[in-house]
Write a protein that binds this ligand. Structure first.
Ligand code: SAH
Length: 325
C-alpha cells in the first residue's frame, strides 16, 4: 500500500467517503511534491520535453503580441506549472532575442520541480497562486497545467465519492458521469482578471474538448501506460480532459478577451513550426530525423495535434495573439 493510500483510508474511515475532487487533489499534490515525473524514465512526456520547437513557438507568439501591444517594458513572463522549466527556457530565448527583458515568475507548488526550474531558468521568482503574481502586464503560459487540477464528478447527477470497500478504494456509485472543475474555473478567472486589469495575454494549452460533453475522462498514467484511477494513489499522474468551453466562459465572465479554441497541430503550423523544423534540420543535419519525428508528434492527428487544444486570453486593450483567427 502506498503511504498516501494509508493516509486516505484513515481519512475515509474517520470522515466517510471523500469526493473525487478531494481524492484527485490529494493524489496530485503528493505526486508532484515527491518526484520529477517527466521523460522516458518517468511517467509521461509533455510537448516541451519532445522538442525545443514547442517553447520557441510559444515564445515567438508572446513576443509578437507584446510588440503589437507597444512592447511595455514592465511586462513579465509568467508560467503556471512549469515542470522542468524546459518550455520557459526555450520561450525566454526567443522573447529576449525579440528585445523583451522583463522578469520571470512561476506559479509552482512542488519543491522538487521548483529546484529543477531554478536550474533551467536562473533568476526566476516563485509563487503558490496566480493571485500572487506581481501587478504588471503578463505574458503567461500554462501547458498541461489545468488537466492536473481537481475535477468534480457526478454520477446520474449525484456527486461521486471514493470509499473503502472490500479492502480497497472504490467509487461509491456509477451511472452517467458528468464533470466540472471549480479549481480550473478559479485559475482561469484569476488569469483573466489579471490580464484584464493589468494588460497582457495568456496562452493555455492542454488536452481536452472544445465543447462541454458528458463522460468520464479521469485517467491515471504511470510509466507511459494507462492504469486504473484508484490504484497506487500518489504514485501515478491523475488528469482529466479540460473543458475549454467552460474555461473560455470563465475567462470572458472575468473580463478578458477570448480567442477561438484551436487544435495544437493547426496552431503550431500557422505559427511556422514547419519552417522552424527545416531551419533546425539544416543547421544540424545529424538531427534531421529526430526533428521530423518531433514535428509529427506535436502536430499530427495521431500524435498531439488534435487532442491538444490552444486557447488565448488577452486584455481588452491588447490585441489577440496570432494563430487563432
Ligand atoms: N508545463 C510542464 C509541466 C506539466 S505537469 C510541461 O509542459 O512539461 C503539471 C505541472 O503543474 C507540474 O509542474 C506540477 O508540479 C504543477 N502543479 C500541479 N498542480 C499545481 C497547483 N495546484 N499549483 C501549482 N502548480 C501545480
Amino acid at each position: 500500500m502506498t503511504p498516501l493510500e494509508r493516509a486516505l483510508r484513515e481519512r475515509i474511515q474517520a470522515e466517510g467517503p471523500i469526493s473525487v475532487e478531494a481524492f484527485m487533489e490529494a493524489c496530485n499534490s503528493y505526486y508532484y511534491a515527491t518526484r520529477d515525473p517527466f521523460g522516458a524514465d518517468g511517467d509521461f512526456t509533455t510537448a516541451p520535453e519532445i522538442s525545443q520547437m514547442f517553447g520557441e513557438i510559444l515564445g515567438a507568439a508572446l513576443a509578437e503580441v507584446w510588440k503589437r501591444a507597444g512592447a511595455p517594458a514592465d511586462a513579465i513572463y509568467a508560467e503556471l506549472g512549469p515542470g522542468r522549466g524546459t518550455l520557459a527556457a526555450d520561450a525566454l530565448r526567443v522573447l529576449r532575442s525579440a528585445g523583451w527583458a522583463g522578469e520571470v515568475h512561476f506559479v509552482e507548488t512542488s519543491p522538487v520541480l521548483r529546484q529543477a526550474q531554478a536550474k533551467a531558468v536562473p533568476g526566476a521568482h516563485w509563487h503558490d497562486l496566480v493571485e500572487d503574481l506581481p501587478a504588471r502586464p503578463l505574458l503567461l503560459v500554462a501547458n498541461e497545467f489545468l488537466d492536473a487540477l481537481p475535477i468534480v464528478q457526478t454520477a446520474d447527477g449525484v456527486e461521486r465519492r471514493v470509499q473503502v470497500a472490500a479492502g480497497g478504494l472504490a467509487f461509491d456509485r456509477d451511472g452517467e458521469i458528468a464533470e466540472s472543475s471549480p479549481a480550473r474555473d478559479a485559475v482561469v478567472s484569476a488569469i483573466a482578471l489579471c490580464v484584464a486589469e493589468r494588460g497582457g495575454a495568456a496562452i493555455i494549452i492542454d488536452y481536452g474538448h472544445e465543447r462541454n460533453a458528458a463522460g468520464d475522462t479521469l485517467q491515471a498514467v504511470r510509466s507511459h501506460r494507462f492504469a486504473p484511477v484508484l490504484e497506487r494513489p500518489g504514485e501515478q499522474d491523475l488528469t482529466a480532459h479540460v473543458d475549454f468551453e467552460a474555461a473560455a466562459r470563465a475567462a470572458s465572465n472575468a473580463g478578458a478577451g477570448v480567442t477561438r479554441v484551436v487544435p495544437q497541430g493547426e496552431w503550431l503550423i500557422r505559427l511556422g513550426i514547419e519552417s522552424r523544423a527545416r531551419a533546425l534540420s539544416r543547421a544540424n543535419p545529424e538531427r534531421a530525423r529526430d526533428v521530423e519525428a518531433s514535428l509529427q508528434r506535436l502536430t499530427s492527428a495521431d500524435g498531439m495535434g488534435n487532442l491538444f487544444k490552444v486557447l488565448a486570453l488577452h486584455s481588452p486593450k491588447w490585441p489577440a495573439p496570432a494563430g487563432f483567427a
